[in-house]
Design a protein around this ligand. Sequence first.
Ligand code: ZN
Length: 482
Amino acid sequence: VTPVIHPRLLRSAALPLALLAMSAIGASPAPATGQSRTGSTREAWVDVYRPEAVSIAERALRDSAAWQRLAELTDTFGPRLSGSRNLELAIDWAEATLARDGLSVHREPVMVPRWVRGEERLEIVSPGPRALPMLGLGGSVGTPDGGIEAEALVVESFDALERRAAEARGRIVVFDVPYTSYGETVQYRISGAIRAARAGAVAMLLRSVGPVGMRTPHTGATSYVETVAPIPAAAIAAEDASMLARLQRRGMPARLRLSMGAHQLPDTASANLVAEWRGRERPEEIVAIGGHFDSWDVGTGALDDGVGCIVAWEVLRVIKAAGLRPRRTLRLVLFTNEENGLRGGYGYLARHRAELGAHVLMIESDLGVFPPLTMGFSGSPTARIRIEDITRVLLAPIGVDRVGGAGGGADIAPFAEAGGIPTLSIAGEMTRYFTYHHTAADTVERLDPRDIARAVATLAIVSYVVAEMPERLSDATARSTR
Ligand SMILES: [Zn+2]
């Protein structure tokens, strides 16, 4: 259960939190950890940023501005699938609103794929005729007019499909694969249609990739290969996948009728949105922070990834509002088309290749902000020590005290990998995130305004220190005890 905090309640809750954080950040450093033989702490270098961190935390934690802006985005424009008018209207709104925030903003055109879901329906014909909740998978082909009717063959793995391949011809293969982790289970969404088609199936249904929810189907991209004719692919709720498996075990396999109007239209124009708070001393060096502004066409894309975009945006707004202008440039990138193409991420690489050496750090959060919040970081050991020092001294007081082994996001990956640039992300509890991920239930109610505010404070403090510290993060040698 997600407790929903009404914004009115936050007004009273936020201030004590902000005050608590400010006094904790402002306190003298905790003894013992990292104490050197000479008596100075390993984190001494970061102490000088305490006043700015307090002022950033005070700004970020004192109200529900970030939640309110996310609600405005998702209430006004709803889902933002690539190629949709909603996405382009949302980009227009963001561009105008960023300019009103006093940031210099411009768009960088990117052509994006345009997949349209169309009308869709799944029914059990026998036994007991009924409709089942379903969502076609992104990129799927549609069915012929009148749909496809066939008997279900339920399998629990690719291996099981291989063993029963002789039975698959002419049937609708249903992958009833229990959710373990996203990375593992999503393989069935990505290549299930190819495997089923190879065995002669006429369509593929997938137990939704996510923990058992409230009979909720999860969409997401699927893929095809040129050597196998594509078949329609859709997700069903975990509960219904289990039910179809039970019917089959009782010797009563379901007869299904699937009809999908899904189709692909020609690529269409979209854009990455780039906004900057220019550095005062080394504007050519960049700390980039972003998220993906597109979403699937169900829900409102609040978690995936509206919140990542708004948190990144708020980082710039809060630092500027706190009267701070770091040495280096803070660059916000709202990427288009992560979900079904990653064209925004590759577009950024194509346009900014000359700046590969100028990016000091790239930040992207695309995993929700459910507590406990943690950061992930990928970079050199010396850079990691710096991030850990910042965390211990300036972030632990606001409840973020751990730096995980890897950080980053799909949109920044092409650029960061090309340039060997350190990457950082914020993440939260994954089970809750993946319960809502790619469903109609991905709405702003899932998010607690205080968690969003804390994510803003966290990334704003990290971004500020990395943009302000004299040496580049990647060049930083730990002035430490060893
Ligand atoms: Zn995402």
